[in-house]
Design a protein around this ligand. Sequence first.
Ligand SMILES: [Zn+2]
Length: 453
Amino acid sequence: MTTRTLLRSGHVISMDPGIGDLPQGDVLVEDGRITAVEPEISADAEALDMSGRIVIPGFVDTHRHTWEAPIRGVAPDATLDDYFVDILDTFAPLYTPDDVYAGNLAGALECLNAGITTLVDWSHINNTPEHPDAAIQGLRESGIRAQYAYGSANTSLAEYWFESTIAIPADDVRRIRSTYFASDDGLLTMGLATRGPGFCVDEVVTAEWAMARELDLPITVHVAMGRLAGRFGMVKQLHGLGLLGPDTTYVHSCHLSGEEWQMVADSGGMISVAPQVELQMGHGWPPVMQALEYGLRPALSVDVVTTVPGDMFTQIRAAFGAERARVNADCWQANMPVPSTMLTVRQMLEAATVNGAHVAGLEDRTGSLTPGKRADVVAIDATAPNVAPVHDAVAAVTLCADVSNVDTVLVDGVIRKRDGRLLGDTARALRLVGESRDRLLAAKEAKKAKAPA
Ligand SMILES: [Zn+2]
């Protein structure tokens, strides 16, 4: 029997150029798939009243270390250099599989609550072979759509991060691929989260890229950020090794040279920008506009909740404000008028939705409200005091709304949030992530007590 849900009478922003915006529109979902987006649909279906709501495709977060949910807000004033020491060298080695499970479950529920229906989980916390299984279990139980990107262990900075000679264990990547991802059609898919040139020696880089391609895994790598990696010339190095390709996402990319931008564009690469982190922690300017200028389709990401908020509204506004600030400052310096081609809020909503699906390798099934795609749908309450009255629905979503206005969330046609309330056992996830926080803090203190003065 076909299960039908009809989202009725919302202001639909489809992000599908063939459909456009429907000031009053219906979205029909059948067996988890969008089958029609039209001004009015009559169907024998469970009806969800969307009047007073703005209906959009779910947001896509293209890069988050979801395991960090138990240490949310622990490093508020950190720079990127501080973060390497305070998080990756201090907390990461203490993580047990239980901490990773709690972090991924609570972190993914946090995403759903905020209207993020697809997540690229950059999981460089594989301290033992039990860790990846725990991470995947947390994602799976949440009901989110995710690309699980298998990363390195995080046992110490010295071993794993600078000129590292230790590769991601190929046997275990193969085990995870065959155990959980025999098909690429599921709610969870797989990628490889690699460190790249400058962080690893060339032999490791080459081996990891080869493994990803042998196993048909998309690659995601941090490049061109901060004081150190900003000067590595990572894309140029990858080009020199003959490794650039359309399967690779370059995260941050703040300090790419013009030559490197062209190399990314020519090779069909993809860009994930984490604006709040980049502005706040010293990675560099969020390069949304640069990516667009090279014909790329930049997407957005949260990256680390140790230091920034975990929602996409923040990311949209950070990138939008930063880009305009940069252009305005340059024009002030040159005593020139600002150009008429400044970044727009619609471009930001594209970055947060359909470009995100492109970067996550999932544009065939999510990112827009298009018949044939899976039903990943979010409704924003446009009657709330911070959103009403609405003049421009895209502005309402990108500049007015926040997490408190995320009213309804569907993933793969399943209702995960309704009337502003997350469904499922959120209390258990919050209890587990709280216990994980306590355990990690105790382990940190114990390690400090043992360390030589
Ligand atoms: Zn990151």
